[in-house]
Ligand binder design. Structure first.
Ligand code: NAX
Ligand code: K
Length: 249
């Protein structure tokens, strides 16, 4: 059986720019304001890619009987994890969702994603932690908008994840890692793999941060090359031509 990591093309991490916080914010702004590629579209691509990577890398050919737990915060990171939860549910996995806050505290696009998850009957819990066996955990607790050490139930979910024998697949950045500086909070996800979006974030490569990242994958959320060019960033023109998930090595 081929190694499942071989199913994704490999790209040298040094061939790509690493985004600072200011650049991440500018990519988001330009996507929405200059190109009209709205958050809902980006999030769908992010969540579908996360689900595909979880299935291919961690769950094998059949998703029947496989248990997936998606951890979701109230921001864009949680929204992406909710999309992935929905897709994996539709592909046959047993999916449940652990929220950092009650569903009534969700707003905007993440609230929209949560309402679809609820409509599908996927179990959602904002209080307890599951006792049953898990095959993979999706970390959508916090992405690049981390402020200080994780607190409250966000911290509880991170600690719970790190206590499980199952692998954790982090979305964009392992929760608790500062995506820009690579600073590691006291409570940070130890990921088996990280699926980062658009371009890798500079903090994923700090000595401390890199220990939490695991295998690093990059997902296409359809950022146009012209957007990067306008920011003075050069990316290989065929980066995602073969696959919209690549492994960074
Ligand atoms: N182009 C984009 O910007 C896209 C971004 N996406 C995702 O969105 C993320 C950024 O989303 P947001 O800016 O909404 O924010 P995040 O989802 O990164 O985090 C914000 C949430 O985390 C909470 N939080 C922050 N620090 C905390 C702490 N110390 N303890 C407890 N809770 C804390 C905040 O209260 C808030 O609810 C990215 O990392 C990425 O995963 C994707 O959904 C799609 C496209
Ligand atoms: K995360």
């Amino acid at each position: 059986m081929p190694n499942t990591t071989d199913r994704f093309p490999q790209v040298a991490v040094n061939a790509l720019p690493h985004l600072t916080t200011e650049q991440m914010i500018e990519v988001d702004r330009a996507m929405i304001e200059d190109y009209g590629i709205v958050l809902l579209q980006m999030m769908e691509n992010a969540g579908r890619g996360l689900a595909r990577l979880a299935a291919t890398r961690f769950l094998g050919n059949s998703l029947r009987g496989k248990n997936v737990v998606a951890l979701a915060g109230r921001g864009g990171n949680g929204g992406g994890a909710l999309v992935a939860a929905r897709r994996l549910h539709c592909w046959g996995a047993n999916v449940s969702v652990l929220l950092t806050k009650p569903s009534g505290a969700f707003e905007g696009v993440p609230a929209h994603q949560l309402s679809i998850v609820q409509q599908l009957g996927i179990p959602v819990d904002d209080k307890s932690l599951p006792g049953r066996e898990v095959d993979v955990i999706l970390d959508g607790v916090i992405g690049y908008s981390l402020r200080g050490n994780p607190r409250g139930r966000a911290a509880d979910l991170i600690r719970w994840s790190n206590q499980q024998p199952a692998p954790t697949l982090a979305l964009d950045t392992p929760s608790g890692i500062d995506a820009a500086s690579g600073g590691v909070s006291d409570t940070s996800i130890l990921a088996a793999a990280t699926f980062t979006l658009a371009l890798p974030k500079s903090g994923l490569f700090s000595a401390a941060g890199s220990r939490h990242v695991g295998e690093l994958y990059l997902g296409d959320i359809s950022v146009p090359p012209s957007l990067y060019a306008a920011m003075g960033l050069t990316i290989p023109p065929s980066l995602f031509a073969e696959s919209d998930i690549v492994r960074l090595v």
